[in-house]
Design a binder for this molecule. Structure first.
Ligand code: 9G3
Length: 567
């Protein structure tokens, strides 16, 4: 490709509203432009990278036995009404009406679509298992789109779905997909971890997220410092046990604590440790109030609360709801003398608190000498806190550390969640009608592009891994007005192209400083500069990743390039 004829609008300055490296570099290196909030165009260089990533995805999906198809983005509302999700999703699901006022969703995902497609055609266990995938634009009206294409409202996803007669069959395909994902992200040059994700009610092995390690990642990974264990912090179970202090039980005493509301304030005001404080958090779990108790130095994990009750919605109670439910303003609530219609549950660590402190359900007052099993009515003790750094790893090996991650993939065992609600059944070998068992497997393709940039850049720009670089070689004639430089550069461009390399030539009549700065921004693996020594048949080769550069005579050049690019 000739730069004088394509479209790579590079920028000198760092755009002010781009907060993360990948967003800044995609704008500066002329890979993308924002059309509106969360909506982007992928310019020619980004488009070539997307195609490279897609090609890797296709090879691995096909190798895992999946067949590619393409479903509509326009999804009739009836499909989502059948699964019930038309009503459970809010403004994030983009909806529209056609000319006949019929309602549609813009595809945020395709479980309903694929299930309705398969149920009409597959009736016998003999046709299972079946794995299908597509690579297609998805629409999700994110409340806060940010970080460029990392969290957009329109993005490119590979979504795969598998259909099975048995759970064993699903397990087999799940492993194949898991392996395919490891291959995909490795081939894209990413440093990633497969982490156990929110298991919902089922149990920890039915969903994994693939996280690219990055400080700007929005997800927190809890991983063991000595074993392979890694989980999304939302999911990581806590197996720590707590020794009960041998302290004598004291009397319950109500004390005045004027304006002391937080654990920090109480612990300082009463000169007690945070571990001996009881943090009471009121939630609305579906349509009932639940008071969750955790030790003062811990945090409530709302996903674990949701899973404990199998709820679909868990939200912090508002101040008004708190006053209504506990007859007390926030900051002084606690588990003692709580009305019947508030259920009180506690994290395991609470059972080790002796003579603790908690809110008195009376403004400006707390209780001291609290011993929960004596003073309060707990309906359940459960693992309800977030795991913390230093906790023992849930597999019993090593201690937990945290890392931030960007979720680029997510694999699920769906079970019969959609086949039952949408009546996708098959006849098993005994002639009995059964709901199909499903799996689904997603990769954020456009997000993967940005994640690669997050992990592969330096102070001068992007440093593309060769496997996904938009081109392999950047040929740069220093001065296109000098015939020997211009002719040699064009000769090399033609020869490399004929040898099967993908070559970009900067044939613009620009100053060399601009060409080198743009070349570093765009970040192709190899640069061949044709300058003053063109008459002597000498060019300069530069390796983008290491910065190493050396002069090479034209007759050794092809061999040298072959060595470096390992084509
Ligand atoms: C929606 C909207 C947003 C959503 C969903 C539905 C996330 C939704 C989860 C999935 C599960 C898997 C197939 C590929 C892999 C992921 N956000 N999810 O279902 F309507 Cl607005 O998408 N789907």
């Amino acid at each position: 490709m000739k730069q004088s004829m394509t479209f790579i609008p590079t920028l000198r300055e760092v755009p002010a509203d781009a907060e993360v490296k990948s967003h800044q570099l995609m704008l500066r290196a002329g890979f993308t432009r924002q059309n509106t909030s969360g909506v982007y165009s992928y310019l020619p260089l980004a488009h070539k990278v997307l195609k490279k990533i897609e090609q890797i995805v296709r090879e691995e999906m096909n190798n895992a036995g999946a067949s590619e198809l393409l479903m509509p983005a326009l999804q009739q509302a009836e499909l989502w009404q059948e699964s019930g999700r038309w009503y459970s999703y809010g403004p994030e699901l983009m909806r529209l009406k056609d000319r006949h006022k019929r309602e549609f969703a813009l595809g945020a995902t395709h479980e309903e679509m694929i299930t309705s497609l398969v149920r009409d055609e597959i009736k016998s266990y003999k046709r299972l298992p079946l794995s299908l995938y597509q690579i297609q634009t998805k629409f999700r009206d994110e409340k806060r789109p940010r970080f460029g294409v990392l969290r957009g409202r329109e993005f490119l996803m590979k979504d795969a779905y598998s259909f099975h007669a048995t759970h064993e069959s699903l397990d087999e395909v799940y492993v194949k997909m898991f392996t395919a994902y490891q291959n995909i992200f490795s081939r894209c040059g990413l440093d990633f971890r497969a982490v156990i994700a929110d298991s919902g009610a089922m149990g920890g092995t039915d969903t994994h997220e693939f996280m690219v390690l990055s400080d700007i990642g929005e997800d927190t990974i809890a991983y063991s410092d000595t074993s392979q264990y890694a989980a999304n912090i939302e999911m990581a179970p806590v197996i720590a046990t707590y020794e009960k202090s041998t302290e004598e039980q004291k009397e319950l005493v109500k004390i005045e604590t004027p304006d002391q509301k937080t654990i920090e304030e109480i612990s300082t005001f009463l000169n007690v440790s945070k571990e001996s404080c009881i943090k009471s958090v009121l939630f609305k779990v579906d349509d009932k109030f639940v008071l969750v108790l955790v030790r003062g130095d811990h945090e409530v994990n709302d996903i674990k609360v949701k899973n404990l009750f199998g709820a679909s919605v868990v939200e912090l109670a508002t101040a008004e709801e708190t006053i209504k439910a506990l007859k007390c303003v926030p900051g002084f609530i606690g588990p003692i003398n709580v009305s019947e219609d508030v259920e009180v549950v506690a994290d395991h660590a609470i059972s080790s608190v002796v003579n603790g402190v908690c809110g008195a359900n009376e403004e400006q007052f707390h209780f001291q000498g609290v011993n929960i099993e004596r003073d309060a009515k707990i309906t359940q003790l459960a693992d309800l806190r977030f795991i913390q750094e230093g906790d023992i790893s849930p597999d019993g090996e090593g201690t937990i550390k945290f890392a931030k991650g960007i979720e680029v993939g997510h694999v699920f065992k769906l079970g019969t969640r959609y086949s039952e609600s949408m009546n996708a059944t098959f006849l098993d070998e005994n002639g009995r009608t059964q709901p199909m068992i499903m799996g689904c497997y997603g990769i954020g393709v456009s997000r993967t592009l940005a994640a690669i940039i997050e992990q592969h850049n330096d102070e001068n720009g992007i440093v593309w891994p060769e496997s996904v670089a938009p081109f392999q070689i950047h040929v740069i004639p220093v001065n296109v007005k000098n015939d020997s430089q211009k002719d040699l550069a064009e000769k090399l461009y033609t020869e490399f192209t004929q040898s099967g390399y993908e070559v970009l030539i900067d044939d613009r009549a620009e100053r060399v400083g601009v060409k080198f700065a743009d070349s570093d921004l765009i970040g192709l693996p190899l640069r061949v500069t044709v300058g003053k020594k063109a008459e002597e048949g000498i060019v300069e080769v530069k390796i983008r990743k290491t910065g190493e550069s050396f002069e090479v005579s034209v007759d050794e050049l092809h061999e040298k390039v072959k060595q470096i690019l390992g084509n």
